[in-house]
Design a binder for this molecule. Sequence first.
Ligand SMILES: Nc1ncnc2c1ncn2[C@@H]1O[C@H](COP(=O)(O)OP(=O)(O)OP(=O)(O)O)[C@@H](O)[C@H]1O
Length: 312
Amino acid sequence: MRTLGGTTFRDCLVVANPAAGSIQDDTASRVATAVARSGALEGPLRLVRTEGPGHAAALAAGDPAELVVAIGGDGTVSEVTQVLAGTDRTLCALPAGSGNSTARALWGDRSCDEVTDLLRHGRTRTWRIDLLRLAELDAVSVLGTSTGFLAQVLADAAAYDGVLSGIDRYYAAAAGLLSDMPDSPTRVSVDGAVLSDGPTSSVAIGGGRHRARAFEFLPRSVLDDGLLDVSTIEHLTGEATERVAATIPTGDHLDLPGVTYARGREVVVERTDGHPLVAEHDGTVVDVGPRLTASVMPAALTVLTVLDRPRP
Ligand SMILES: Nc1ncnc2c1ncn2[C@@H]1O[C@H](COP(=O)(O)OP(=O)(O)OP(=O)(O)O)[C@@H](O)[C@H]1O
């Protein structure tokens, strides 16, 4: 029997989001066929489609399948992760959304078709990765959480719905923000020590190295080191904004003035003026008060990744 990286699964649930940014009409059936032909399934495969927000989580909670394949973007993967966190069930995340940053952390630059081929040929293995627990939200995160710039980009991108498609909405929103960066009085503490305190444009905590697919906010992050990475960027204007914006795509911004980077088990972000933070996790904007606490959940999620992925 061929297996998915030496592992077989009793059964499989394929959850496809038909509204995800880059999904095609036949994506879900092609992925289901690939898993069925991998030889890694001992029992049945069930294919279901989501009908709206929250449905992917409900479907994963209502079906005990050992392997859950999520076809969609970061939002769909995050919903399934809420259910699979801390269990022995395995998540396989296919990049079929707009940003697909979580899938990028697992599969690199591979397309949905290329990952489907890996599944068909059993060229995958399981991997236990860390998650973030977000105390005030009573949620977990796989990709990461942020306040300021990234969250504001996601909030502003809604204005381009129906005008631009997919990731172009994020780029348009980001371009609009660069001339007026967030300027929030914010304190960030890592394991009880203050990392930064003052007017802040961005706080990113992860999780995944990339956000909005192309931006490497946390270039040193490792998904299974039992630690969270955090980077803060103080309030920027003019040329300083341009320098940071030009270097984030390659993760070369860390040595620029106003940028901090650290690692730890717990990160606390506080608005020191008492206003609510503008926050998101896994690419979805969330309502949170003036405080956000992220703590690491080591090895809390089993995922599929590339069989020959180099081990750091
Ligand atoms: N049938 C549906 N119709 C409309 N929206 C849906 C449906 N099923 C799920 N959704 C919602 O679609 C939204 C977007 O999903 P998702 O994040 O997976 O894709 P994306 O936004 O294209 O990708 P990314 O988050 O990677 O940029 C989520 O809020 C999800 O709850």
